[in-house]
Design a protein around this ligand. Structure first.
Ligand code: HGY
Ligand code: MN
Ligand code: MN
Ligand code: MN
Length: 396
């Protein structure tokens, strides 16, 4: 089956392209993607496994293939209102690349696997790359078990409902020992590529911080301004401070999610919870950005008699991809651009545990995490060819 048919067969799953996808870990849409994965793997006689952390694998291990596997793949889950390509492109391209290699009579000397990592966006449980962090031990299993979704369901409860044993969540040495390297193909999420395919050099440091503002709920009409302890005000200052700090430190700070309680039009909020996403080319400039936001939030919260707390929820230092592998792939592809990204990926998490690399496919809109995210069919095919070349190079 060619890429286009594979892509079409997956694209119909997982929500409304126009309004954006809502594929959240183990919700109906994401489960349909997982079922798609199992069908396509079975159709190719690939052995399917789901590991203790909810990550899926399809293995191609023909007779004679031995040694540590070459793993490719990506994730199915999306951000709320996300695009079609972020994640799924890497998985569909992996199946299409295997089809190409088989059509050309290629037989790998080592196993080749396709992975679908769980909760890469962290859109349900709040921590990005949760599946690959658990696999590699980059997150404490007890902390992961306690993560909750918007409905108050813990990751442990959701994992159990999915048939996993929550007690087993965590680092999987045996599985990691079976993987020799991981190469993730991903749609480029900025405007940096002007040719179909590129290779990643690095991932910017990036993190997520939770800001809690505790005020005093009261009546919007009868409460004098002098008597108010309105958490909305320090929250608003913090949002502006994030933008100003980002301009000052050359970083990218975003507040894209906020929860207000109780959320009544005629009610002064009692509490506001917001999340700060901050990234930049250098660790210290990211830290300085967050410190500036914290300072403004603390000062304005105090001035309004509002309690404030800031908590780091995840942080990933700069990821410099394995240069030998990166250069080997760029050479195998005949010399393609090598570029950094401000987007986080499972390949970034795993890079501390095994050689990893990333291929980027051009995105003409440069938009990501929104319905306008796009890759042209010709560039997708170039991505599949590049991935097939890379897999043949590494598993030959
Ligand atoms: O948030 C990110 O950078 C990635 O798309 N998960
Ligand atoms: Mn993403
Ligand atoms: Mn992604
Ligand atoms: Mn009333």
């Amino acid at each position: 089956m060619g890429f286009a048919e594979l892509w079409e067969s997956l694209l119909t799953v997982g929500g409304d392209a126009a309004a954006g996808y809502r594929r959240f870990t183990w919700n109906d849409a994401e489960l349909e993607c997982r079922a798609w994965f199992r069908r396509e793997a079975a159709a190719r006689d690939l052995a399917v496994e789901e590991d203790r952390n909810g990550n899926l694998y399809a293995w191609w291990s023909p007779g004679g293939a031995a040694g540590r596997a070459v793993l490719t793949g990506s994730h199915f889950d999306s951000v709320p209102g996300g695009g079609a390509f972020d994640g799924p492109l890497g998985i569909v391209s992996a199946f299409a690349a295997l089809d190409l290699l088989r059509e050309r009579g290629f037989r790998p000397s080592r196993p080749v696997g396709i992975a679908a990592f769980a909760e890469e966006e962290g859109a349900r449980f709040g921590v990005a790359c949760l599946g690959s962090r658990l696999l590699s031990g980059e997150i404490d299993a007890e902390r992961a078990r306690g993560l909750t979704d918007a409905g108050g369901i813990t990751f442990a409860e959701a994992a159990a409902a999915h048939g996993l044993d929550p007690a087993l969540l965590g680092r999987d040495d045996e599985r990691l020992g079976r993987i020799g390297c991981f190469v993730e193909l991903h749609v480029e999420q900025g405007r940096a590529l002007d040719v179909p395919v590129g290779v990643a050099s690095a991932i910017w440091p990036h993190g997520r911080w939770r800001l809690d503002f505790h005020g005093h709920g009261d009546h919007a009409g009868t409460t004098r301004l002098a008597d108010r302890r309105d958490p909305m005000l320090p929250f608003a200052h913090a949002v502006i401070a994030a933008r100003e700090a980002a301009e000052r430190h050359g970083t990218r700070a975003t507040v894209g999610k906020v929860e207000v309680e109780p959320g009544g039009v005629n009610v002064i909020a009692s509490r506001v919870t917001a999340w700060l996403d901050a990234r930049g080319a250098r660790d210290e400039s990211v830290r300085e950005t967050v410190a500036d936001v914290r300072r403004t939030a603390e000062e304005t919260a105090e001035g309004h008699g509002v309690g404030f707390a800031l908590r780091e929820e995840s942080y990933t230092a700069v990821v410099d991809f394995n240069t030998a592998l990166r250069d080997r792939l760029a050479a195998a592809l005949g010399g393609v651009p090598v570029l950094p990204t401000g987007a986080g990926h499972d390949a970034g998490i795993l890079s501390a545990h095994l050689p990893t690399a990333m291929l980027f496919v051009r995105n003409p809109t440069g938009v990501s995490h929104a319905p306008a995210e796009h890759a042209e069919p010709g560039d997708c095919l170039a991505g599949v060819e590049a991935l097939a070349t890379v897999l043949a190079e590494l598993a030959g």
